[in-house]
Design a binder for this molecule. Structure first.
Ligand SMILES: Cc1cc2nc3c(=O)[nH]c(=O)nc-3n(C[C@H](O)[C@H](O)[C@H](O)COP(=O)(O)O)c2cc1C
Length: 389
């Protein structure tokens, strides 16, 4: 029962590569205009999300810069900012992270992204094979963590050479902001068990998620450590199950077959990410078998890289599905939905009450009138009477 479970930590997503209403087309598409991203951040903050994930990639606006633009316009919102080891030195990333934690008064969370496309990584100057990227990340975070904790670090490593590195200003969060991480390969799981605080999985079926959680737990316990768990999912929540399924089908209603075939090539040939392969295998590119587990819909993964599944249904249905993940050990949800501004409202207004989440509806006193209802009167406020202005 939900009442016996701790409330989920519920984050939203900033779509820094663009947004839209129909996957795989430009119909009603929105660009990642920084002012629009700010609107989403402000909404997420006001609606009671605890934070936002800000991704990284060649198609994304830069994660640290976007977080810095959101910090002054939000009050509580935390920023789960993607950090890609090797794109910059650990000393420079330590300066970025410390300053952002200070600018936001301790609201920085970091999401370690080792990368899953050799082609994209080569563009960033990283030429390591899959498993060695994790060895590189170990050395990177040795220097990064030491700098944030003490202000000094030296490492003459195989991948990282930082001699007499220094950091002038400590982060607000001591010894450093929390480290989140997602990756499904054996190398990724070993890395997470040893070096990270929270393991994130894309939204696979409960059986698959349960199996991964067990693997990470065991690997962490063997090192005398504990890691907590989060899930990255899209949400299509409506007042009824039927409306939600209609919305899911509408999202892919203009998706051309060629877009799916192009995605197949990207995800199965160009990517070496085990996590991405697992996402693709949920549907295999077929449109007719998209409900891969009750209310878990893989339609988004037909073309979107990374998180490709959504929980679809009424708020009650979706809350019940979330409780199943929670029972497996998930304590954090990183959510999104298309378009991200409207769906941030839908999820908070419909789903949060079911989950015991969210801020009180009004943080300021509402009115002197005790029986005020929406549309109940006032200038322009009565929905039933058409007024002249
Ligand atoms: C919640 C979550 C968020 C991720 N965010 C990003 C991202 O912003 N950019 C990116 O390139 N990869 C992202 N990834 C992918 C992984 O960080 C990594 O690139 C790769 O998939 C790991 O490969 P592996 O599963 O083979 O170990 C994310 C993964 C998860 C689970």
């Amino acid at each position: 029962m939900m009442s016996q479970q701790k409330p989920l930590d519920f984050l939203w997503f900033i779509p820094t590569s663009g947004d839209g209403a129909y996957l795989g087309t430009n119909d009603l598409a929105r660009s990642a205009d920084p002012a629009y991203l700010k609107e989403i951040g402000i909404a997420a903050d006001r609606l009671g999300y605890s934070g936002v994930l800000i991704p990284t990639g060649v198609a994304c606006e830069e994660s640290f810069i976007i977080a810095a633009s959101l910090a002054p316009v939000t009050e509580r919102l935390k920023f789960l900012v993607a950090i890609r080891p090797g794109v910059a030195s650990p000393a420079y990333y330590a300066r970025l992270a410390s300053t952002l934690d200070r600018v936001s008064n301790g609201r920085l969370l970091l999401n370690i992204v080792v990368g899953g496309s050799a082609q994209e990584l080569a563009g960033d100057g990283i030429f390591l094979p899959h498993d060695e990227r994790y060895d590189h990340a170990v050395e990177f975070f040795q220097v990064f963590n030491e700098l944030l904790a003490t202000g000094n670090s030296t490492l003459d490593g195989k991948y990282i050479k930082a001699i007499g590195a220094q950091l002038g200003f400590p982060p607000v969060q001591a010894p450093r902001p929390p480290l989140y991480f997602g990756g499904s390969s054996d190398a990724a799981i070993d890395f997470s068990a040893e070096h990270t605080d929270k393991y994130l999985t894309w939204g696979e079926t409960p059986a698959q998620v349960g199996e991964k959680i067990e693997r990470v737990r065991k690997a962490a316990a063997a090192r005398g450590r504990k890691v907590s768990f989060g899930i990255r999912l899209h949400f299509i929540v409506r007042e009824t199950d039927e409306e939600a399924w209609d919305a899911a089908n509408r999202l892919i209603s203009r998706l051309p077959d060629e877009a799916i075939e192009a995605a197949r090539a990207r995800f199965t040939k160009e990517s070496d990410s085990v996590g991405q392969t697992r996402m693709w295998e949920l549907h295999g590119g077929r449109r007719d078998k998209l409900e891969v587990s009750p209310n878990l819909w893989a339609g988004i993964g037909l073309v979107r890289s990374g998180a490709g599944t959504a929980l679809v249904g009424s708020a009650k249905t979706v809350a019940a599905r979330l409780r199943e993940y929670q029972a497996l050990g998930i304590d954090t949800v990183v959510a999104s939905g298309y378009p991200h501004l409207e769906e941030a409202y839908r999820v908070s207004e419909l789903l949060f009450p079911e989950l015991g989440l969210g801020l009180p509806n009004h943080r300021l006193p509402v009115s002197f009138s005790k029986d005020q209802v929406f549309g109940g009167g006032g200038h322009g406020g009565n929905l039933r009477v058409v007024s002249g202005s």
